[in-house]
Write a protein that binds this ligand. Structure first.
Ligand code: IYR
Length: 224
């Protein structure tokens, strides 16, 4: 590829491993990530801000359409804000579970034991509210669109969850619906849309997770 002055190129810094090391490291990484679980019972034990900063830095290493990095991570530690987020989320969820969600959806969720109550939004020391940025406002007042915004923000959030797990913390990908209350409570600009609400912290000492299984390799892969 040719370089230009706007986007200079530099050599890629690679690490080269032996096949044996690749097998060993990829196995270890898989085994580590295979221990990750969505947890809904949080301890209120504080987590240092520096850790959360590193999780967000890690999320920000994700690939994105045209390198637009179309994401914003709002880190909420403030108790009164967490309370307001919980109250607004529960208000939507009460409606959701009682009226909006179809019977089939409720049946699919029944084994997970979820309901409208979201105490983790208050108990977890941090809430990370992920926004996807549809466009970028320009200095001249015009707008430039971002690309593959949902895919890019999803990839970044995946890395955030992996980083939290690696730090020994637990997280939940929570999806209150609808989520526009987050735009209002966090005073976010018009180009940002709420994507996911992620409590992060230590698990409660008595935290339980459903005993569910991951699909085996032959069900999630087809080889040609
Ligand atoms: N938004 C609801 C419902 C919910 C939906 C799915 I799909 C889940 O995997 C879990 C919950 C809630 O957060 O309870």
């Amino acid at each position: 590829m040719t370089a230009n002055s706007a986007f200079p190129f530099r050599p890629y810094q690679s690490i080269t491993l032996s096949e044996e090391e690749m097998v060993q490291r990829s196995t270890a990484f898989y085994q580590r990530l295979n221990q990750r679980r969505s947890v809904r019972d949080f301890s209120s034990r504080p987590v240092p801000r520096e850790v959360i900063e590193n999780l967000i830095r890690t999320a920000g290493t994700a690939p994105s359409g045209a390198n637009k990095q179309p994401w914003m991570f709002c880190a909420v530690q403030n108790m009164s804000l967490k309370r307001q987020i919980r109250a607004a989320a529960e208000q939507e969820e009460v409606e959701g579970y009682a009226h909006r969600m179809p019977q089939e959806w409720l049946e699919d969720l029944a084994p997970l034991g979820t309901d409208w109550r979201k105490p983790f939004l208050e108990e977890a020391p941090w809430l990370i509210v992920v926004f996807r940025r549809i466009y970028e406002p320009q200095h001249d007042g015009s707008q430039r669109n971002n690309y593959y915004v949902t895919e890019s923000t999803g990839l970044a959030t995946g890395l955030l969850l992996a980083a939290a797990h690696e730090a020994g913390l637990v997280a939940l990908t929570h999806t209150p619906s609808p989520m526009n209350f987050l735009t209002r409570l966090l005073d976010r600009p018009k180009n940002e849309r709420p994507f996911l609400l992620i409590p992060i912290g230590y698990p409660a000492p008595d935290a339980q997770v459903p005993d569910i299984q991951r699909k085996p390799l032959d069900e999630i892969s087809t080889w040609y």
